[in-house]
Design a protein around this ligand. Sequence first.
Ligand code: UD1
Length: 434
Amino acid sequence: MDKFVIRGGNPLVGTIRISGAKNSALPCMAAALLTEDEVTLENIPRVRDIETERRLLASMGAEVGLHEGELKDRTTIDCRRLSDPVARYEIVKTMRASSLVLGPLLARTGMARVAIPGGCAIGGRPIDLHIKGLEKMGAAITQEHGYIEARACRLRGAHLVFDKITVTGTEDLLMAAVLADGDTLMENCAREPEVVDLAALLIAMGAQIEGAGTSTIRVRGVSSLHGAHFRINPDRIEAGTFLIAGAITGGDLIVANCNSAHLGAVIAKLHEAGARIDVLGPDAVRVRAAAKLRAADISTEEYPGFPTDMQAQYMALATQAEGVSLVRENIFENRFMHVQELVRMGANIKVDGSTATVRGPARLSAAAVMCSDLRASASLVLAALVAEGESIVDRVYHMDRGYERFEEKLRGVGAQIQRMGNVFTPREAAAVAD
Ligand code: UD1
């Protein structure tokens, strides 16, 4: 298992370019299931979840090609022959977003078998709302041997009201609705930019959709969709993570190739915490730390609120801010796995239910720590960047699920970070330190 060896203390200075959004790329790849034509996607990040999705589509008979060009990479997906509309447990268990294929598979082939994703480090992650919506659209759904089997000759448009806002649930049902017979009205939808990306691709494929990005989406079903060419938006969570990296290390960082319009809540909070943030334009943000970081509370919410996917990283920053910061996690029930590891590095954090109280500034000292999930990993790396001494961040495969070349990008702006493979000796650690 790979580890990062990180020596803290360097302010990060320079420019970091943001990759395409993993959470847009995943539903967009699933959308290719809706057509017999080829779908071409640009700006797909090279991360492990994308490789998992590629394997998932390929296991169903799709042809997925990666074409590397001088200026841009293109991924082509051809789902003409779907020989096996089954999402197997072996693949689904490694990535819960695999449930995104349920809606499009059912809409396209009239049948889908998808393994039920288990729990994960950050909570139960049920998909009951996906199932409820598909049933309302006329699907017959059974559950057996750990699989959901859904059947429908043709789905029909329906009035769907989500009991709770769900991002992939909104995306899954949107993909089902575009090929349904008649109109679908979806209410209490997720408004995340990733939903907007997916809708834009579907519209380019011939779907009739209005209101994506608001809580009410209207879809007029069409009988078939065609191929399209689409560019994935930059990853707002990766951008936010690097903004915090700039602020926490007291650096001067330009986060380029991002979409600054998607970063409102994070930018506002960094301002409040005392960082100097300048939006340089629609695709670049500069961050510099103020003389002193100040405590500021966060409360995770659905977009456009403060993202739960930035909570762990923000907590690392809060350990360095003067005063008491309250961090409330409202989306997932168990998303404080990073806390104990931060405490081992010297942070002063107490958790009570869904609220963590962070007292700062704490002098962090290097330690061997363990990643528990994707964003928790980023939090530990951020803490290690300001800790005294050399930290070892273990199980970085969690990080590889969603961050493209994370350590290379950090090294490019002055961080001392190395990836170490399975065999790791104290002598190698010493080599990194020098
Ligand atoms: C997506 C993101 C993830 C992000 C999360 C919240 C992707 C691939 N992943 O995950 O990075 O952290 O949104 O912004 O886009 N829920 C139910 N029943 C359901 C579905 C969800 O109760 O059928 C609950 C969940 O347990 C959770 C809340 O709704 O408490 C929000 O989850 P959801 O928005 O669905 O998260 P994901 O789409 O899985």
